[in-house]
Ligand binder design. Structure first.
Ligand code: FES
Ligand SMILES: [Fe+2]
Length: 348
């Protein structure tokens, strides 16, 4: 078994916002290079199956879905929402063959706060149970996230993660007039601590050269966490109100990664101003997408890359956490987070 892997397994991956999975519909997705079909049964409960018919491999998502039965579009084989074959139309009635022996792999799924997550195991064994709880989204069960934006980054998961946790690009990529100005650079000092599967920038008062934060008056503090495989959660406390802003990366394959931004706030005014806020979020992500298209252009010639000093330290941590997670899955030993509490500095 190799020491490196592009995709980590035995982890939960974000599939989509709940609004993307309408009752009665099948949605096929490629996640970490695996085809997965999602649907909701008649009770509204989400299910996820391998999106290949066990007969000849056609995606089940191209078929029909009715009365909790998926039917393949090629020869009409039928499956229940647990992936068990319930009928083969062409089989003569006197055949003694037991169709229920044919099974499509069923992925564990979870729907929480209006987001849908799928657990991708290292080995596709029947009745796979997650070894990990689904990510902590910092919200009470009855609260719901709003969907801001989803874009496809033309990059693998590693470049996408590094772009997400990289502090130094903000000055150059996101220098909108209302957000921050490149002329007002400051030396930042941030304290970090390990979390279960990543690290967090411990709660602090956001930088005063961000006007985006400046409009949130009154005892503002923020805590930013990153965990593998690619989830960045930001919890902002504004007096007794809160904002939860989550950016999550889902590898599609080794060339593309889906980035989704979801948002929750208990600030009434922010919900009233949702349309302009959403536009702001989309603009932000658009700026990242723009620079990623340029990055993709540069990476075509396979240049040698470097991660230098404290501004790039979080990227190094990511690679180290990833390497050790992968190793722990191969050896079946517990993952031990290598990150120690420490302080990083950078100018942005
Ligand atoms: S490929 Fe699905 S029924 Fe034949
Ligand atoms: Fe960015």
């Amino acid at each position: 078994m190799t020491d490196q892997a592009l995709f980590l397994k035995n982890l939960w991956y974000f599939a989509f916002h709940s609004s993307h999975l309408k009752p009665g519909k099948l949605v096929g997705r490629e996640i970490v290079g695996e085809r997965i079909v999602f649907g909701r049964d008649s009770n509204g409960k989400v299910f996820a199956l391998r999106d290949n018919c066990p007969h000849r491999g056609v995606p089940l998502s191209h078929g029909w879905f009715k009365d909790d039965t998926l039917q393949c579009c090629y020869h009409g084989w039928m499956f229940n929402t647990q992936g068990v074959c319930t009928g083969i139309p062409a089989m003569p009635p006197d055949a003694t063959f037991d169709a229920s022996k044919i099974k499509v792999f069923q992925y564990p799924v979870e729907e929480k706060n209006d987001t849908i997550w799928v657990y991708v195991p290292e080995k596709k064994l029947p009745n796979t149970k997650p070894k990990e709880p689904a990510p902590n989204l910092l919200l009470a069960p009855d609260k719901k996230f709003k969907h801001v934006e989803t874009v496809i980054m033309p990059a693998d998961i590693d470049h996408s993660v590094i772009g997400l946790i990289d502090p130094a690009h903000v000055t150059f990529v996101h220098q909108s007039w209302y957000w921050r100005s490149a002329k007002k650079l400051k030396l930042k000092e941030k304290h970090f601590e390990p979390t279960a599967k990543g690290f967090k920038m411990v709660r602090h008062t956001p930088s005063s050269n961000s006007k985006g934060y400046g409009i949130l008056k009154g005892g503002t503090s923020t805590e930013i966490t990153f965990e593998i495989p690619g989830i960045r959660t930001e919890h902002i406390q504004v007096g007794n109100k809160e904002v939860v802003s989550i950016t999550v990366l889902t590898p599609i394959n080794d060339k593309q990664t889906e980035l989704t931004h979801i948002f929750y706030t208990s600030i009434g005014l922010a919900n009233l101003l949702w349309a302009p806020l959403k536009r702001l979020g989309k603009q932000f992500i658009g700026q990242d997408l723009g620079v990623f298209q340029k990055l993709n252009e540069g990476l075509q010639s396979n240049p040698t890359l470097s991660l230098i000093g404290e501004p790039d330290m979080q990227a190094r941590w990511y690679y180290e956490i990833k390497r050790l997670w992968h190793k722990a899955q191969q050896t079946d030993e517990p993952f031990v987070n290598p990150i120690k509490p420490q302080t990083l500095h950078w100018v942005t």
